[in-house]
Unconditional design. Structure first.
Length: 377
């Protein structure tokens, strides 16, 4: 999305990414070069690996010479004015040194905690980390010094940017906050409620996502509440998913499994994002707003930064199901005009996340970073 947005801004863009097979593709006018992983395997979600192999993968992510040499032909052939890294897994921090060696400025986009936490979430044993634990410091030993080669860095929320700066990353970079984009969708209108208040959840069914908080609220509201719950998503831990089903008790709930956004958002009257971990951004929030769905989200990490309280949604203290019950039962369920006002505002406010708007902000930041780089002695 970032690449296609920058292309629309008049820039020439080449994307280099990692996959299980090498090749060249075109995506919405963007040239996409796929290289086989320079690491011991291609890392992607829900794939189990032997512990020793995973350890080797994480060690190499601190600086992988193979990544340096595989990316070097792209830098030499394309001769970019700037190298932008979006997250950094697999492509590797060696990219930043490669750019510096070719006198090309670097802009990095923070979309996770990968640089600071080898688990990627700053979340361990059911709780948020207050800093880097010993294993994260060891397995990030090369990432922090490499980050000092970055000239400009932006994250999708102020929270995720500050988390990295406070830990000593990107010491020499200018920083900014630019939210993640959504494609504009013409002709949408907010859904009018028909019968019970339909409360939706979309995402992974896992403890750090706080689905159990929503389940506790649903169970305590009881089977006679005028609320129906639709749960979209799957989970790797079958025992946890089974316990969630039980935790909802007698509530009117449907587990929908994996669903497409276009199919399920139009069913929701409100989306609940009950995360316990400190989400860097929470793309699910801005997606819902773009469908005209107001959002109730936990104040955890950066997810609440997209919410304007009592305008396009509400927030509650992470893990506090009683606050969530109040918002559902006492605020939204009995007052459809107020909910519809939130829905209309959600759709209106979502325009600030349109790809054209966001791409223009990214373009300005990148151009300023390049100009600053060129002006150095």
């Amino acid at each position: 999305m970032i690449a296609s947005g920058l292309l629309a801004q008049g820039h020439e863009v080449r994307v280099v990414t990692v996959g299980d097979a090498a090749g060249v593709e075109q995506y919405k006018g963007v040239e996409v070069h796929i290289m086989r992983s320079p690491n011991v395997y291609w890392d992607y979600f829900f794939t189990k690996r032997p512990a020793a192999l995973k350890m080797l993968w994480h060690v190499l992510e601190n600086f992988n010479p193979r990544a340096y040499w595989r990316l070097r032909p792209h830098v030499k052939a394309f001769r970019p004015d700037v190298v932008m890294t979006v997250s950094i897994e697999n492509i590797n921090v060696a990219t930043w040194l490669l750019a510096r060696m070719h006198k090309v400025p670097v802009v990095h986009v923070i979309q996770s905690y990968f640089l600071a936490c080898w688990r990627g979430g700053l979340f361990k044993n059911g709780a948020n980390c207050t800093g880097q634990c010993g294993s994260c410091k060891v397995l990030s030993v090369g990432k922090k010094p490499m980050s000092h080669l970055v000239d400009g860095v932006f994250g999708e929320t102020r929270f995720v940017v500050d988390q990295h700066l406070e830990l000593g990353y990107f010491k020499h970079a200018t920083s900014a906050v630019i939210p993640g984009p959504v494609f504009p969708i013409a002709g949408r209108v907010p859904k009018a409620r028909d019968g019970k208040l339909v409360v939706g959840y979309m995402g992974v069914l896992a403890p750090h996502k706080g689905v159990d908080v929503l389940a506790d609220a649903a169970r305590l509201m009881g089977p006679n509440s005028n609320v129906r719950f639709l749960i979209g998503g799957t989970g790797e831990d079958e025992a946890y998913v089974a316990s969630l089903r039980e935790k909802f008790g007698d509530a009117d709930v449907e587990f929908m499994g994996w669903v497409k956004p276009d199919d399920v958002y139009p069913l929701f009257d409100v989306l609940v994002v009950p995360s316990k971990w400190k989400e860097p951004f929470g793309r699910i929030v801005v997606e819902a707003l773009a469908y005209g769905v107001p959002v109730i989200c936990a104040r955890s990490g950066g997810i609440a930064e997209s919410i304007r309280e009592n305008e396009n949604g509400y927030t509650f203290a992470s893990g506090q199901h009683d606050e969530l019950i109040t918002l559902l039962r006492d605020v939204l369920e009995p007052d459809e005009p107020a909910r519809m006002r939130l829905a209309q505002n959600a759709l209106q406010h979502s325009h600030r996340f349109d790809i054209g708007t966001i791409a223009a902000r990214i373009s300005d930041f990148v151009s300023a970073t390049v100009a600053s780089y060129k002006a150095r002695p």
